[in-house]
Design a protein around this ligand. Structure first.
Ligand code: ATP
Length: 368
């Protein structure tokens, strides 16, 4: 209950979509319902949207007419993954995920990474606490702006262009968001990833705007790193990094590397934020549909649990989000993990264990 005694209610749109998406979203809804019930201070109202590659194959579109207006009525969106073996990836990505992110101006894509207690990084010298990053990805333009075209189709001289767009407006707002995010973390340290040695237009504007915005954040220490050198630094010196800002494409690639260095892509969350809060923000695990393990009951739900905790924080339920993460980490510490983290538990066992931990945490809390 809030100090005024009013029960907060949040309306959540869920969209498992494809592959293991529905499995990990269903598991997260179970954990969130358990959490809300135990906590008693907020209520979550879930509304499922059955938009997926199945719908596309049946109707010719991922999002029905008027669908975005319906989706907009919710406070947040919990998304699974989109992609099917028989639908080209650019159709599924642009048909659903980007068709939500772009009109909803979810321009900041935020990807935290850390090594969970009880889990191991493939890096020999990195332990829990040695790798704790926040990657901020520009999510509205750059290399994924959709600008370009194809001509002379089928001819030997066929040509295609993929034009990266960098506008001062979008670079400025993501830099401000990144410096602000760095400021809220204890180390107040930001690395700006670039490729301005080879890409001398867009990336030079990117660097210039970073330097201008930095002047408004004198308390944040920052440095600049070429994207290729950044991959080496992430592997060889993970402790030297904290908050990282990069373009749409660079951050997309670096965050998969980050997830793997933390142990598995099965633990990494994403928030697609509209910081103006004009539109609902969308929360999803980093991983894709993972066809190879779909339906086998072994998908790691931790990425979506962490995603759901990030969603709660965004909705103002920080206390409950922290309890959810405490429960998840107590479970990894007990060694109850899916095969991608070296364990032998299934999605359901991990989910059951997180719900049990939550019950323990709230029992201890009520005794205090
Ligand atoms: P996308 O391009 O949509 O990001 P992808 O096809 O590149 O997706 P994923 O679907 O993320 O890749 O799968 C990459 C690998 O990681 C696969 O072997 C998959 O089984 C594994 N994987 C992904 N997510 C999970 C998860 N939650 N639990 C366990 N393994 C996972």
């Amino acid at each position: 209950m809030s100090p005024s005694g009013v029960l907060h209610s949040h309306s959540i749109a869920t969209m498992g979509a494809d592959g293991i998406g529905p499995e990990v979203v269903d598991a997260s809804v179970r954990v969130l319902q358990t959490l809300a019930q135990l906590d008693g201070s907020f209520h979550l109202d879930f509304h499922n949207f059955d938009w997926s590659s199945r719908t596309y194959k049946k109707t010719g579109s991922y999002i029905p007419q008027g669908g975005l207006d319906e989706l907009r009525k919710h406070d947040a969106i919990l998304f699974g993954a989109v992609g099917a073996p028989d639908v080209p990836d650019h159709i599924s990505l642009w048909g659903l995920r980007l068709a939500i992110c772009q009109p909803f101006q979810q321009y900041a894509n935020v990807r935290p990474t850390k090594i969970f207690r009880g889990t191991k990084s493939p890096l020999r010298q990195a332990n829990h606490g040695d790798l704790d990053w926040l990657i901020v990805r520009e999510n509205s333009e750059g290399e994924y702006a959709g600008q370009g075209g194809r001509s002379h189709r089928g001819q030997p001289w066929e040509t295609a262009t993929e034009v990266a767009i960098f506008s001062r407006h979008a670079v400025d707002r993501i830099m401000r968001f990144a410096f602000q995010s760095a400021r809220t973390r204890p180390r107040k340290l930001l690395t700006v990833v670039t490729k301005s040695n080879a890409q001398r237009n867009g990336m030079v504007l990117w660097d210039e705007v970073a330097a201008e915005v930095a002047k408004d954040f004198p308390d944040v220490k920052w440095d600049k790193m070429l994207v290729d050198a950044m991959t080496c630094r992430m592997v060889l010196n993970p402790k030297s990094l904290d908050t990282i800002v990069a373009t749409n494409l660079h951050a997309d690639i670096l965050s998969d590397l980050a997830a793997a260095l933390a142990g598995s892509i099965g633990i990494a969350p994403t928030s697609n934020l509209d910081p103006t809060r004009q539109f609902p923000s969308m929360f999803e695990p980093i991983h894709g549909s993972a066809f190879d393990i779909t339906g086998k009951g072994v998908a790691n739900p931790v990425a979506t649990f962490w995603t759901a905790a990030e969603m709660l924080t965004w909705l103002g339920e920080e206390r409950a989000a922290k309890k959810m993460m405490d429960a998840v980490e107590a479970v990894t510490e007990r060694g109850i993990t899916t095969p991608d983290l070296g364990g032998s538990a299934g999605t359901k066992e991990v989910t059951d264990a997180v719900c049990e931990e939550l019950e323990k945490i709230y029992r201890q809390h009520s005794r205090k």
